[in-house]
Design a protein around this ligand. Structure first.
Ligand code: NAD
Ligand code: GLY
Length: 359
């Protein structure tokens, strides 16, 4: 097992990464501070892993909420099911919420933990690649609004993240690729050595080679932990973790939550960011081709959906947390491995980038 640390002073916490961690009772129970816990999971993950977690909680009062599965259920109505369970079972402020599942479960449970009685203990047990390399770490919690993704949320750090890589054995290939999109992101924004490693090991990742997966998860979490430790609430460099996301969120919202997976939207969004970076003269056509090749190799989409016109795209992009004074700030590339945030581009260049992104 590898243990990384998110360094946030008194709110620092460990990220445990390894095989068979769900069978290690201590790893979980040492982070449960009170004498009650609510496990939140969904109808897909529960039959696979819920019993493993429940067996460790035999000594304390615990209940389970099983939510419907899907991005379209990451909303205020479904969030209420968690509050209903907490209140009907009279869970107090010493309760621990345990998020068992992918990023949807992690984000909605995290927001419930941030808001129930003004904040209760949270433990993240991510079970998808995407949630192990990104969403379980760093304390962003949220639900979607029909007009915009992740628009209602809070920064709220967990007490621990337990990433058991064995859980990835039951993940389907499309979800694996979706997670790889966020892995590729770290290389593109700040880690050229990792980018080079990914180019050499993408096939191994897709074949779920355990050593390759372990390295990719560790390196991704280390990158994320470093950024979050330096800028927890996104006043600066944390925004770079959103490479491709403003484009991607527009695709997810515009196509209907759940149609495009999050990582698929991010992949196409990173492609669009690379195209715009090239139009601005920052990176070469060869760099753009390199980004495209890596995404295609990871079996990710690189073309914007034709159903979204450039006008529709920009309207959706205007509902984004990085919009300031009406201007959409974007994460672009100075070079592969060197991202920056900017609103210094012409609207016509953004339109040209969107138009160049269709098939
Ligand atoms: P997800 O949570 O929908 O999980 C994907 C699918 O895999 C679901 O059907 C789920 O039930 C299933 N699943 C989960 N674990 C499984 C397993 N071990 N075996 C088989 N099936 C399993 O999607 P995701 O990709 O994990 O997360 C996407 C979400 O994360 C989005 O809502 C996105 O906005 C959010 N996100 C948040 C952050 C953050 O910093 N908080 C970062 C990135 C993404
Ligand atoms: N996924 C972007 C962030 O955590 O900041």
């Amino acid at each position: 097992m590898i243990t990384l640390n998110v360094d946030l002073g008194e709110r620092s916490y460990p990220i445990y990464i390894g095989t068979d961690l769900l069978n290690q009772a201590d790893l979980l129970t040492q982070h449960i501070s009170g004498n009650s816990a609510l496990i939140v999971t969904n109808e897909t993950v529960a039959p696979l892993y819920l019993d493993k977690i429940k067996q460790h909680l035999s000594g304390i009062k615990h209940e389970v909420v099983i939510l419907p599965d899907g991005e379209q259920f990451k909303n205020l109505d479904v969030l209420n099911q968690i509050y209903d369970a907490l209140l009907s079972h009279q869970f107090d402020r010493n309760t621990t919420l345990i998020a068992l599942g992918g990023g949807v479960i992690g984000d909605i449970t995290g927001f419930a933990a941030a808001t129930y009685q003004r904040g209760v203990n949270l433990i993240q047990i991510p079970t998808t690649l995407l949630s192990q390399v990104d969403s379980s770490v760093g304390g962003k919690t949220a639900v979607n609004h029909k007009l915009g993704k992740n628009m209602i949320g809070a920064f709220y750090q967990p007490k621990a993240v337990i990433a058991d890589t064995n859980t990835l054995n039951t993940l389907d290939d499309r979800q694996l690729s979706s997670g790889i999109a966020e892995v590729i992101k770290y290389g593109l924004i700040r880690d050229t050595d990792f980018h080079a490693w990914l180019k050499a090991h993408m096939k191994a990742l897709l074949h779920r080679d355990p050593a390759a997966l372990a390295h990719a998860i560790e390196r991704s979490c280390q990158n994320k932990a470093d950024v979050v430790s330096a800028d927890e609430k996104e006043s600066g460099q944390r925004a770079l973790l959103n490479l491709g996301h403003t484009f991607g969120h527009a695709i997810e919202t515009g196509m209907g939550y759940g149609e495009w997976l999050h990582g698929e939207g991010v992949a196409t969004g990173m492609m669009m960011a690379a195209i715009l970076s090239c139009k601005l003269g920052n990176i070469s056509e060869d760099d753009v081709a390199e980004v495209r090749q890596l995404l295609l190799c990871a079996k990710l989409p690189v073309h914007a959906p034709e159903q979204l016109t450039a006008k529709g795209f920009k309207k959706l992009m205007a509902i984004d947390k990085k919009v300031q004074d009406g201007k959409i700030r974007l994460i672009l590339l100075h070079a592969i491995g060197d991202a920056y945030i900017t609103d210094d581009y012409e609207d016509s260049q953004l339109t040209a980038c969107i138009n160049a992104s269709y098939c």
